[in-house]
Each structure stands twice: as structure tokens, then as C-alpha cells.
Design a protein around this ligand. Structure first.
Ligand code: AMP
Length: 302
């Protein structure tokens, strides 16, 4: 029985960066978030794959300890496919194509063992699906965290705002926060997130770290100084998966613990950018993560 339920995309990605490229690589918000979460807590994924999804990818997810009961196969269709390219500024991907495929007509069905989970992560996917999963939970989870992205903000802004209203922690990157609230100010965007009822707003700033806002709270975590980034795809999802995984493991919703969760999330997100697809994040150990966590402590001490 999963402790953390994660809904999001399960994808085959084509990614090009200045340092190489991969085709039909394992990706998707639920995949990255699930693998990152599994480093701390037991996740279960809600999503759909098509007939072309390689068995070796299912084996990898299962080997990470991810519960796959909520992952449906639609054998009549193809898996969600995303293609993106990065230039030397690795902070933002240029989306070349998004093919929803089996996600186009997907209605999530939550296995019984998922419906009473205490922790829910609404990963980046159609906000209508995010709301549907939340509605299908048997009781309000202790903590609901949501992420989103520019495509949904430009095509379904009102629904994204509804998601922001429903959740406890709202995550997005800086460009998305500016786009959603039509403001140049991240602080202004965070204030609007809080005004919509989210208790916490976390704005991710790629290689520049992340900032957490709440009523009377402002906590900033720097980016880990990485020299060799290969592929940042999924780092935002790894951040979200780690954040909820750590909070679920410690079962501690205090602000002090949330600060720790943000630092762990930054640590795992930075590892992810050191490899293509899930190569790196699926091979790190707790010891690696803890070492980086302690380094963060030294970076910000003055
Ligand atoms: P990130 O780099 O953290 O924003 O996440 C990139 C991952 O999100 C890739 O593996 C994509 O497959 C997935 N992705 C890209 N666009 C979308 C979308 N519109 N909805 C859901 N997932 C997406």
C-alpha cells in the first residue's frame, strides 16, 4: 500500500541538450517524482501507458519500489510523448512537441489501496486530471502538493487556479508563476498563491535554487553548484517527489521540517541533472543525498 500517491505523466521523451541526446527515454512527471519519492517513502503511481511502453522501464520502476497498481495500460494507444531541446541556458526547455496520446481520454481509476493515502502529489499533468484524482480520494489527505507547467497555464488557466485553491503546497517554477499571475514579481505571485488558500508556495528557480513562502515565512535554498549538467529534464519533478517523500517519511508537517524537505528536494533535483533521463536519480544512494544535504548547510551558514 503506497504512503504517497502520485498522479502525473508517464512518458517517452526525446531530449537534446548541448551535451547529447536521447530518444524514447523514460520520462514523465510521475516517473521522476516517483523515483525521487522512493528514496524516502513508498510511492504509488496513477497514470496510463500505451502498448509501446518498454517492459524494461516497468521493471526499473518496480525495482525502485514504486507501486504500479494504479498504472493502467491502454493497449489501443501510444504512450505520452514529449520532445524538448535545451540551449546553453539549461534552465528552460524549448518544447518541440507534446503528444498526449493515451492521456487524451484518460480517466484515472484509483485502486482501493490508494484512496486512503495520507500524502498526495498532483504532478504536472492536465489540471482536470489532478482535480479528479483529489476528488476520488476517500478522505482529505494530510498533505496535498501540486505542480504545473506553462502548457496548462496557457491552455487551462482557470483550472490551474482551481488546483492552486485546493492544495496545501503549490509548486511551480519562476516563469510559470509570472505567467499564471501576470506579474513580474515572484513575491507578488507567491502572495497570490497564498491568497488562493495554499498554505505554502514554493517557487523553483532551476539552477538558482528554490524559495518557500508562507504566512510570515520566507526560506531560500540555493541551487547546488553543479559544473557538469547533462540534462535537467525532470529536476522539478524530482524536487516535488522528494519534498513529499521526505515529509511523508518523517510524518512531520512543521515548518522547520518543511525547510529540511526543501533542502533534500534541492539535493535530489541536482543529482538528476547530472545524467540523461532517470539514469542518475535512479542510481543514487541515501548516503550521496545526505552528503549533499550537509554541503547545503555549509553553503548558507554565515
Ligand atoms: P521538468 O523538467 O521537471 O519540467 O519535467 C519534464 C518532464 O515532464 C518530461 O519527462 C516530460 O515527459 C514531462 N512533460 C513535459 N510536458 C508535459 C505536460 N504538458 N504534461 C505532463 N508532463 C509533461
Amino acid at each position: 500500500m503506497p504512503r504517497v500517491v502520485i498522479v502525473g505523466s508517464v512518458a517517452l521523451d526525446d531530449v537534446q541538450t548541448p551535451f547529447g541526446k536521447v530518444e524514447n527515454a523514460l520520462g514523465g512527471s510521475a516517473v521522476y517524482a516517483g523515483i525521487a519519492c522512493s528514496l524516502f517513502s513508498k510511492p504509488g503511481i496513477v497514470g496510463v501507458i500505451g502498448s509501446d511502453f518498454p517492459k524494461k522501464y516497468l521493471d526499473l520502476l518496480a525495482a525502485c519500489g514504486i507501486d504500479l497498481t494504479g498504472l493502467e495500460t491502454d493497449s489501443a494507444g501510444k504512450t505520452f510523448h514529449w520532445a524538448g531541446r535545451y540551449g546553453l541556458d539549461l534552465n528552460s526547455a524549448n518544447t518541440l512537441s507534446t503528444q498526449l496520446n493515451v492521456f487524451e481520454n484518460f480517466t484515472p481509476k484509483l485502486p482501493d489501496s490508494y484512496r486512503s493515502a495520507d500524502f498526495l502529489f498532483l504532478g504536472n499533468i492536465d489540471p482536470g486530471l489532478q482535480l479528479d484524482v483529489l476528488k476520488k480520494m476517500e478522505k482529505r489527505p494530510k498533505l496535498v502538493v501540486a505542480d504545473t507547467m506553462n502548457l496548462w497555464i496557457s491552455t487551462m488557466r482557470e483550472k490551474v487556479l482551481e488546483v492552486v485553491k485546493e492544495v496545501d503546497i503549490c509548486l511551480m517554477n519562476d516563469a510559470e508563476a509570472r505567467q499564471l499571475f501576470r506579474t513580474p514579481s515572484i513575491v507578488g505571485a507567491a502572495r497570490q498563491i497564498l491568497a488562493l488558500d495554499s498554505k505554502i508556495a514554493i517557487i523553483k528557480k532551476g539552477e538558482h535554487g528554490a524559495v518557500m513562502f508562507g504566512k510570515g515565512i520566507h526560506f531560500a535554498c540555493p541551487g547546488y553548484p553543479l559544473e557538469n549538467v547533462l540534462d535537467p529534464t525532470g529536476s522539478g519533478d524530482c524536487f516535488g517527489g522528494t519534498l513529499i517523500g521526505y515529509i511523508a517519511k518523517t510524518n512531520d508537517l512543521s515548518l522547520k521540517n518543511m525547510r529540511k524537505a526543501v533542502v533534500y528536494a534541492s539535493s535530489v533535483a541536482s543529482f538528476n541533472a547530472e545524467g540523461f533521463s532517470v539514469e542518475k536519480v535512479s542510481s543514487i544512494s541515501k548516503k550521496d543525498i545526505d552528503m549533499r544535504y550537509r554541503e547545503f548547510g555549509r553553503f548558507v551558514k554565515f
